[in-house]
Ligand binder design. Structure first.
Ligand code: FDA
Length: 453
């Protein structure tokens, strides 16, 4: 049994927790970071699988992600651009493949007009949303009562236009079906990335990667914390009162502190015993948040064969099991890597079949984009975050219908000495590493202010 006392105890050594801990230490406060897993990084995890370096979790950096970019620079990490030379491919509802360049998918002219009109409309609506306070939008209540799917049905009769617009938010971002979240939640997702147009532009949103992997961000931040990071310490109890907390882990650690930060996905709060319990509105709120669900699929080949055919590797289809896929070849690697994503209902369905059948169906989907060679990777791996006890889904958490307007404003509010920080409650950078870093910084600043008041 280890018993220690610190100014602040941080639960979770992901990007949010390691950022907060560093900021607090810089301000002269002592910290202990308790991490359930035997590694640092949470949803950032760079690993070698069958000889291939894979980004099992988050990996891309976009130009607007200033907090992440600053951190990458400050840590001395190098970045490189995603491969994007050549044609992208699109598969329509009839299974026909078309090559294209630019952002708008190669759809019939009338559908293209609808796509452009809807993107403009969404951009205008997003411009009115403060990503830190979407509930303050004048139509927040109304927009939060209608699913994104139903809202799109009100906007256009064109099914292919609807399917494509839905894809950018549903399959590609919140990783839930478009009927399972509200139009307000969709607008927040776009506002957090600067605009809806930014989400449509894969070259913007998936711009750069970090040489050696994005997990280095939390790893290097944790390195600076030295012995203040404790791995293999799942927190199961948080006892609290106005002036402090006692946090107890399954690894037999007890930490007394003036403040606590829960720096993990909000869906995991109910797995902790709070004594006394959290206020009833928080407990209600936490029942209206859930993780999305996506399988990130990695397929490594002896060479990036699609480039020989003039393809960039960028592929989209709302009608394919892998609704989007990209060239994910590592910096300086001769081998070629494709990464594909299988989201929400498709992911559910594929986890109902055997691993062999799942692999076969996913590779067939990749072959529909890149040709039969895609069926024969040297290395094949599925990132399965739904099975991870300390995450339970991917990429992140969002509210169900009506939850954002009803509870959103209270998501970050501290409870006595307990503060909350995670990418899943960010405004700018929501659901991304950038948001995790922003939340880590914000909560650290709030605690420093409270500690000195
Ligand atoms: P995170 O979940 O990373 O960290 C929380 C930590 O708390 C974990 O280490 C967990 O083990 C720990 N923990 C939980 N409960 C605990 C307990 N009771 N006791 C102790 N410890 C506990 N983002 C991006 O910017 N670009 C991208 O390309 C992608 N792509 C992507 C792909 C995939 C497959 C995933 C899963 C995610 C992404 N993301 C992403 C999202 C990004 O990875 C994510 O938003 C952040 O890494 C989240 O960081 P946090 O620190 O907020 O939580």
């Amino acid at each position: 049994m280890t018993e220690i006392t610190r100014d602040v105890v941080i639960v979770g050594a992901g990007a949010a927790g390691t950022t907060a801990a560093n900021e607090l230490k810089k301000a002269g406060l002592s910290v202990a970071v308790l991490e359930a897993r035997d590694r640092v990084g949470g949803r950032l995890w760079t690993d070698v699988v069958d000889g291939a370096m894979l980004e099992i979790g988050g990996q891309w950096v976009s130009p607007d992600q200033e907090a992440l970019k600053e951190t990458i620079e400050e840590l001395g990490l190098e970045t490189y651009r995603r491969y994007r030379e050549g044609d992208s491919v699109y598969v329509n509802a009839s299974g026909e493949l078309t090559r294209f360049t630019g952002e708008i998918f190669p759809v019939p002219e009338a559908t293209e007009k609808e796509l452009v009109r809807l993107i403009e409309k969404l951009d205008a609506m997003v411009a009115l949303i403060d990503p830190d306070k979407p509930w303050e939008h004048p139509d927040a209540e109304a927009l939060d009562r209608i699913s994104f799917e139903a809202w799109l049905e009100e906007q256009t009769q064109d099914q292919e236009a609807r399917d494509n617009i839905a894809l950018f938010i549903a399959g590609a971002m919140l990783t839930k079906p478009a009927y399972a979240f509200s139009a307000l939640q969709a607008l927040l997702m776009a506002a957090s990335a600067g605009s809806f147009s930014n989400l449509v532009d894969a070259d913007y949103i998936l711009d750069e990667r970090v040489v050696g992997g994005l997990q280095q961000v939390p790893l290097l931040l944790a390195e600076r914390l030295g012995d203040d990071v404790f791995l293999g310490q799942p927190v199961h109890t948080v006892q609290w009162h106005a002036d402090g907390v006692t946090v107890i882990t399954d690894g037999d650690m007890t930490v007394h502190a003036r403040f606590a930060i829960l720096a993990h996905a909000p869906i995991l709060y109910p797995w902790i015993d709070f004594a006394p319990p959290l206020p009833r509105l928080k407990q209600q709120m936490h029942q209206h948040i859930s993780m999305g669900f996506v399988i990130k699929v990695h397929a490594v080949y002896d060479r990036p064969f699609w480039r020989e055919d003039g393809l960039s590797g960028t592929a989209f289809s709302p009608y394919e099991i892998a609704h989007e896929a990209y060239d994910n070849t590592n910096h300086g690697d001769e081998r070629g890597t494709l990464v594909g994503f299988v989201s929400d209902r498709n992911a559910d369905d594929l986890f109902r079949v055997s691993a062999e059948e799942r692999k076969e169906r996913i590779l067939l989907s990749l072959a529909n984009y890149y040709g039969p060679q895609a069926k024969e990777p040297l290395v094949y791996f599925e990132s399965d975050w739904g099975a991870e006890e300390w995450t339970r889904g991917a990429y992140a958490a969002s509210f169900d219908l009506g939850g954002l307007a009803r509870y959103g404003a209270d998501l970050r509010t501290p409870v006595g000495p307990i503060h909350f920080a995670c990418s899943d409650m960010a405004g700018a950078g929501y659901q991304h590493v950038d948001g995790a870093i922003r939340m880590g910084r914000l909560v650290a600043a709030n605690i420093v202010a409270a500690a000195h008041s």
